[in-house]
Design a protein around this ligand. Structure first.
Ligand code: ADP
Ligand code: TRP
Length: 321
């Protein structure tokens, strides 16, 4: 089985990115082959500052490696280092129905808000489909919001195969239900775009401050509460061991606790959860050449596979005969 996923370097990674996506990448890296890349071409649809994009791309590599992505077990690379993917995008674009892309949420939401959009945003799902198909990927671990894009990828692959023969492998999305939607400090989905994130590599003091900002209801302390209905409990569950989680649930049911106390427990749990990754990140940051080597090696391996798939697709549709 071949696993593949990409993550955009559009800012510092947050808890939602970790529990919704990155943790799965790490859990799946022992599959036959795992490909993970930093989607800088996709990020170009939002970041228009060259320094920022280059810095974020490098930082994303540092973050992923610090969180446990192991270049001995997975292939880590930068999207733009595999130009074959951009060529494949064109082949897929020629058969991509406008209506299908008009229904995709990133474009649709911008359009609904009256924000000007461009062809990059409109064709974003086609580039994403090429990313997936270029490596004969079977499984794509992502958060819930990316499932629609994987459906588009399957549609495009299906119609290409129908017209030109069995060229592409049909991929499947893999969503971890338990953490498909991590909530942010305002109770909505945690997202950079909503300004409600808690960053993984935030310094301890700032992280605590963010946790203390999480909105809660105004029910009295003594009232017993249903843990499943509380976003603080959901967040705590992401970090806690089973016994601690059950203890916390019992506390909710008994009542007589304050939300401030729960927030402190969450901050402590998060700090110890990411403590090792923080240390590892500092160590990696001191060796930037090593990171560049890892990415160059990853790109070389990824290109080998992408070239093979691109040639298969070109051959099938009458190019390069
Ligand atoms: P953001 O919404 O902050 O811009 P991205 O869209 O770059 O995050 O998401 C990167 C990955 O993290 C995707 O696979 C996405 O599904 C996952 N992800 C992002 N936010 C969350 C969240 N709040 N809960 C679960 N997964 C998330
Ligand atoms: N669009 C994805 C996101 O915003 C990133 C991405 C680009 C991706 N190409 C991909 C994810 C291919 C999975 C597979 O999170």
């Amino acid at each position: 089985m071949r696993v593949l996923s990409g993550i955009q370097p559009t800012g510092r990674f947050h808890w939602g990115n970790y529990f919704g996506a990155i943790r799965q990448y790490i859990d799946l890296q022992d599959e036959d082959e795992a490909y993970y890349f930093i989607a800088n071409l996709h990020a170009l649809t939002t970041i228009r500052d060259s320094e920022e994009l280059a810095r974020n791309t490098f930082d994303a590599a540092l973050d992923l490696l610090a969180l446990g992505l192991d270049p001995e077990r997975a292939i880590l690379f930068v999207q733009s280092d595999v130009p074959e993917v951009s060529e494949l995008t064109w082949l897929l674009m020629t058969g991509a129905p406008m209506g299908l892309l008009e229904r995709c949420h990133a474009y649709k939401e911008k359009k609904a808000k009256g924000v000007a959009s461009d062809l990059g945003l409109f064709t974003y799902p086609v580039l994403m489909a090429a990313d997936i198909l270029a490596y004969d990927s079977d499984v794509v671990p992502v958060g819930q919001d990316q499932v629609q894009h994987i459906e588009v990828c399957r549609d495009l692959a299906g119609s290409f195969n129908h017209q030109f023969g069995e060229v592409f492998v049909m991929p499947k999305a893999k969503v971890l239900e338990a953490s498909a939607k991590v909530t942010g400090t305002d109770g909505e989905k945690m997202s950079k775009s909503y300004n409600n994130t808690i960053e993984i590599f935030e310094n301890a003091k700032a992280m605590r401050k963010q946790v203390m900002r999480i909105t809660t209801d105004s029910r009295p302390m003594e009232e017993p509460k249903d843990p499943e209905e509380c976003q603080l409990y959901q967040l705590y569950s992401l970090f806690a061991e089973e016994t601690d989680r059950l203890e916390m649930a019992a506390k909710y049911r008994a009542g007589g606790f304050g939300y401030g106390e729960i927030k402190k427990t969450i901050a402590n749990a998060a700090e110890s959860y990411f403590c090792e990754a923080n240390e590892k990140r500092a160590d990696l940051a001191a060796h930037p050449d090593r990171i560049r080597e890892i990415l160059a090696d990853g790109a070389k391996r990824a290109r080998g596979k992408a070239r093979e798939v691109l040639e298969r697709a070109q051959d099938a549709c009458g190019i390069k005969r």
